[in-house]
Design a protein around this ligand. Structure first.
Ligand SMILES: [Zn+2]
Length: 324
């Protein structure tokens, strides 16, 4: 029988579902429970989130179960206020609202940061000192860990590569317009590189509506125009990878999200990345996420468990020991 203090849980906060996941001591999933995300107002959202946390604690028979929350959004470290596009939490403090019901705080992480944390701990990035996790899903975002920890983040932003502008050289090379983005800017990388970006590229180049999965299937089946769109997507994604390398210099880049399930995606992107390298600088290796769709939840759970083991006075003896 495994000691209950090794169990931990996580909640994935998305625009369509709130998924609770209970992990055992080896961080394998024991149980999951999904509910639709209440989108009407903050109070109904917090009530549903609280019910998912309560369910996790009951399933683990541990009212103090470490539970991490992964949010597709931004959390202001100064106020604890969250900002998300499809969830009614913008400008509100999720942590404070939950403390009223549970009398404790739950670590709240950006989902891409949680993904990088998971892959740095026993995942595809385990042997690299600096791990960058890049999610290519409906949207696009990244997270970073250094020696298994989050770097200090003064303003709470994750690696928001999705809203960095696609270089003019790439848009000019492929004769692409500067598309407006939902964030209010234009020409954001997400508009060309995410799953919705790939569908927009296909529409622009082929002149008809095609979903990303259908385009990938057609390219795999030998359709030349579809394969050409995928090559352009790979070159544009390589520009994003190059920007990440030049600014953050990770030891490896771990790919997650729906587009990472595309056949031979690592070979396709590695070729494109190598062709766009800066001078003699070797691109970091690309790897597929080891823990798939549940990697972000796994990272949030691992982080919550690690935080629960930090005693507030743990450093006091060491400081004393250094005194003459
Ligand atoms: Zn944007």
């Amino acid at each position: 029988m495994m000691a209950t203090d090794l169990l931990c849980g996580a909640i994935d906060l998305g625009g369509t579902k709130i998924e609770a996941r209970l992990f055992d001591g080896a961080i394998d999933t024991v149980q999951t429970r999904r509910i639709p995300t209440p989108t009407a107002d903050f109070d109904s959202f917090i009530a549903a989130l609280g019910d998912q946390i309560a369910w996790l604690c009951e399933a683990a028979a541990d009212p103090a179960l470490p539970v991490g929350l992964a949010l597709a959004g931004w959390i202001d470290p100064a106020t604890g206020n969250a900002f998300a596009s499809n969830i009614p939490v913008t400008g509100r403090a999720i942590g404070a609202a939950l403390a009223d019901r549970f009398g404790r705080r739950f670590p709240l992480l950006n989902d891409c940061m949680a993904f990088a944390y998971s892959e740095a701990h026993g995942g595809a990035g385990a042997e690299a000192e600096v791990v960058l996790g890049l999610i290519l899903g409906t949207g696009m975002g990244a997270g970073l860990t250094v020696r298994g920890e989050f770097p200090p983040r003064l303003n709470g932003v994750a690696v928001e590569i999705g809203h960095v502008g696609m270089p003019a050289r790439a848009l000019a090379e492929f004769d692409l317009p500067v598309w407006p983005c939902g964030c209010g800017k234009a020409g954001c990388m997400e508009r060309y590189v995410s799953g919705t970006g790939l569908a927009a590229l296909a529409h622009h180049k082929l002149g008809r509506e095609v979903t990303a999965p259908d385009l990938i299937a057609a390219a795999s089946g030998g359709d030349r125009p579809s394969a050409r769109v995928l090559e352009i997507w790979a070159d544009l994604t390589a520009e994003a990878l190059l920007s990440l390398q030049l600014i953050l210099d990770p030891g490896c880049i771990v790919l997650g999200g729906g587009l990472s399930n595309m056949p031979d995606v690592v070979a396709l992107l590695s070729r494109a990345f190598d062709a766009r390298r800066l001078g003699p600088i070797t691109p970091p290796p690309l790897r597929l996420a080891r823990f798939g769709d549940s990697s972000g939840a796994r990272g949030a759970a691992l982080y919550a468990r690690a935080q629960s083991r930090i005693k507030p006075d743990a450093e006091a003896p060491a400081i004393k020991g250094n005194e003459p």
